[in-house]
Design a protein around this ligand. Structure first.
Ligand code: MN
Length: 732
């Protein structure tokens, strides 16, 4: 336990650092009220009181240093406050609700975003997925300040990494090199990227790091002297030419050198840009003038001149680069740019999202166009932080990034469901998926996934895809796989039904199937314009061809009845089979084997105009076109399906229909009504009458054959003296 004197000393240190923070902010934001920053500091202090870092120092040091990094990036007070609070929700009992209450929506939203990203363990994922992980992080934020705080957080953690054990060091360093440094690069933040890379390199590959470091140290003194000489020489020449420019020189960063050594298989002395000088001018014109002067003084290395002013890099980096060799044979690089270009290169929020060698997709093009626009705005806004605080981003609006339980990234279209996820993992996983857990909780299959979700698919052997899934899935892959499965299995079923119908017809006409040769079936199939005998069976199963006709052609002795009549007869039996004995015989056009039922909300009867609606897991609901529900249901036109009444005059069907008769309350009325019903040969299932004020309403449930029957009956009842109206109730 730290003694009191030590505690006082660290508290004093924090106060000093906090004053430093306020001082810096006042320098770049003299007009701003920094009260929110002061309040956040106190809040954070209370929040983390008693907590220590791995180094043993009080935890508060971390958020404070993060805030100082953010101040160096000249961030607004909201970001600095969020930086001070960024670990409160993650590590303490404080909640987002507390933060929102104390600091308002903006700060809370940013802290929430940082917390969300912190909860994802990027390091343990597969290396080749780094690109997806970077995209995922960007997809998860809608405020770029979240990313900037995360970068500042990581920078300070990397600066203090020595206190962790080697295993943690390795993991965090790897994550830094794979995720955070590239994101800093994308956002055009050259300075932070450089430091993150060197720190990551140092912990991930300490031996190589030391080698490169030693090689550079051995040359540093000499190198610095060389650069000073060259710089002075060039300064004089520029002065003669009347160009004012500022100069900087540097020795290349260790990680950049290392990458070059590995990639080009060279030694440190062969790195052309180990030493580099920057000339920062006042105008683009001067940049090109300086380039001319440089090439006059030293011999340029062929192929090393790059004009990133005319052709900016995708992250909006602009500069002229050239490598030259002095008379004594030392190569060095010169970068020439304006002050503005320099600023963007060092700190720029300006970013590009997808750095690809291949052709740029239309989407990328759009993103870049948007970004260019953003950069334009940034130039117009006098205070870059004002720009920052108004910038809302949706960097990958069309994708969500999810994980398998093992940490593989699965990229899906936005609004995708666990079914999409399952089909992306494997077709069989898709076919047999019955449920899903998202972040450990059971969800329905139509649940919409979000970036960062960990999705576990529950499968059941033998489970089959449902047609309903088609209206739920968002990915083309899932849709195609489901359709493919349905097509194959519908066809298989149709073939099976076709075979059975042929067998039945054959029995009826005493034709032995054994006598029918495969060639004959093949011949009949080609008569119908079909390639294979299976196609013929499927056609019979679907109800396209009559089994009796086909038998007639296969066994010419059989008497072939008139085609049209026969077709219908056969069709009915197909329908019956298909519908599992439902004698309401409704057929779905083109989908002979769907389960069909009459919707209970409207109970359509034969002869009425009907429409089918594919329901989830229950087949096709058949509604009357006049059903009020139809209007509401049809918002998903994909689920609408054409249905028609099968003609089946021989087996009269009957449907319960409920009528309400409004009439005078007089003697004999009920008898007259039941009389009309009896005359029309309709059975009464139930009848009830209510009376009052000399009026009556009679509810009657009848058995009706079809629409014609119903209309006849309605006409009859309306003719009864004293009957004012008859209404059909769709619900029974
Ligand atoms: Mn932190």
């Amino acid at each position: 336990m730290a003694n009191i004197r030590e505690q006082i000393a660290t508290t004093a240190l924090h106060v000093t650092r906090f004053r430093e923070l306020l001082k810096r902010m006042r320098e770049y934001r003299p007009q701003d009220d920094l009260e929110i920053v002061r309040k956040a500091y106190e809040f954070s202090q209370k929040c983390h009181s008693g907590q220590t870092r791995a180094s043993g120092e009080p935890y508060l040091a971390h958020p404070l240093e993060v805030a100082l990094v953010l101040a160096e990036m000249k961030m607004d007070p909201v970001s600095i406050a969020a930086g001070l609070l960024h670990d409160c929700v993650e590590d303490t009992s404080t909640t987002i609700v507390d933060i929102r209450k104390e600091f308002g929506e903006q700060v809370a939203h940013i802290v929430e975003g940082v917390t969300k990203i912190s909860q994802i363990d990027f390091a343990s994922r597969e290396e080749q997925q780094a690109e997806n992980l970077r995209k995922m992080m960007l997809a998860m934020v809608d405020d770029i300040r979240v990313v900037l705080i995360k970068l500042a957080d990581r920078l300070h953690n990397m600066r203090t990494l020595e206190h962790l054990n080697p295993e943690r060091q390795n993991k965090i360093a790897k994550e830094t090199l794979e995720i955070y440094a590239p994101i800093a690069h994308r956002l055009g933040m050259g300075k932070i990227r450089g430091e993150l890379e060197d720190l990551g390199f140092r912990y991930l590959d300490p031996d190589t790091y030391r080698q490169v470091q030693e090689a550079v140290s051995a040359r540093r003194k000499q190198g610095e002297a060389f650069l000073a000489r060259v710089q002075q020489f060039l300064r004089d020449k520029l002065k003669e030419a009347g160009i004012t420019a500022r100069m900087e020189s540097r020795i290349k960063r260790l990680y950049s050198i290392h990458k070059k050594l590995v990639k080009q298989r060279i030694t440190v002395d062969q790195v052309y840009d180990l030493y580099a000088m920057r000339v920062i001018t006042h105008s683009v014109q001067d940049c090109y003038a300086v380039l001319g002067i440089v090439h006059n003084l030293w011999r340029p290395v062929p192929g090393r001149i790059k004009d990133f002013i005319a052709m900016p890099r995708p992250n909006f980096y602009q500069s002229l680069h050239t490598s030259v060799i002095t008379e004594d044979g030392t190569p060095f690089e010169i970068q020439i740019r304006t002050e503005e270009m320099h600023k963007i290169a060092e700190e720029g929020i300006a970013a590009h999202w997808k750095y690809k060698d291949g052709p740029v997709s239309a989407q990328d093009e759009q993103r870049l166009a948007w970004l260019r626009q953003v950069v334009e705005w940034q130039r117009d806004v006098s205070d870059p932080n004002e720009f920052l605080s108004t910038l809302k981003v949706d960097l990958y609006p069309e994708e969500v990034y999810t994980f398998t339980p093992r940490g593989k990234v699965v990229v899906l279209p936005r609004e995708s469901t666990p079914i999409d996820f399952a089909y992306t993992v494997h077709t069989d996983v898709g076919h047999t998926c019955v449920g899903a857990k998202v972040n450990g909780r059971m969800v329905p299959l139509r649940h919409k996934l979000h970036s960062g979700d960990i999705v576990e698919i529950i499968t059941q052997p033998g489970h089959k895809p449902s047609r309903d899934w088609l209206s739920v899935v968002k990915s083309t892959r899932a849709r195609n796989k489901i359709k493919h499965w349905l097509n194959i299995h519908q066809r298989e079923r149709a073939i099976e039904i076709g075979r059975k119908l042929i067998e039945k017809e054959a029995r009826k006409y005493h034709v032995s199937l054994k006598d029918i040769k495969e060639e004959d079936v093949q011949r009949v199939a080609s008569d119908y314009g079909l390639g294979r005998s299976e196609d013929l069976m499927a056609g019979i199963g679907y109800g396209k061809y009559s089994a009796r006709q086909v038998i007639g052609r296969l066994a010419p002795g059989v008497n072939e009845p008139a085609a049209s009549e026969e077709r219908d007869g056969t069709f009915t039996s197909v329908v019956r089979r298909v519908f599992g004995g439902d004698n309401n015989a409704i057929r779905v056009k083109g989908h002979g084997d769907l389960l069909v039922y009459r919707a209970r909300c409207c109970n359509p009867i034969r002869g009425e105009s009907i429409v089918g609606y594919v329901t989830r897991g229950k087949g096709v609901a058949v509604h009357a076109v006049t059903c009020p529900n139809v209007v509401n249901l049809m918002y998903e036109p994909e689920r609408r399906i054409e249905v028609e009444w099968a003609r089946d005059e021989d087996t009269p069907s009957s449907y319960p229909v409920k009528l309400t008769v409004f009439c005078d309350d007089r003697f004999g009325m009920l008898k007259q009504i039941t009389g009309v019903i009896g005359d029309s040969k309709s059975n009464i299932r139930n009848i009830e009458a209510k009376t009052g004020n000399g009026q009556a309403s009679v509810d009657v449930v009848l058995e009706i054959n079809d629409l014609k029957h119903l209309e006849l009956l309605l006409g009859g009842i309306k003719k009864i003296p004293g009957v004012h109206d008859v209404q059909r109730l769709q619900k029974i």
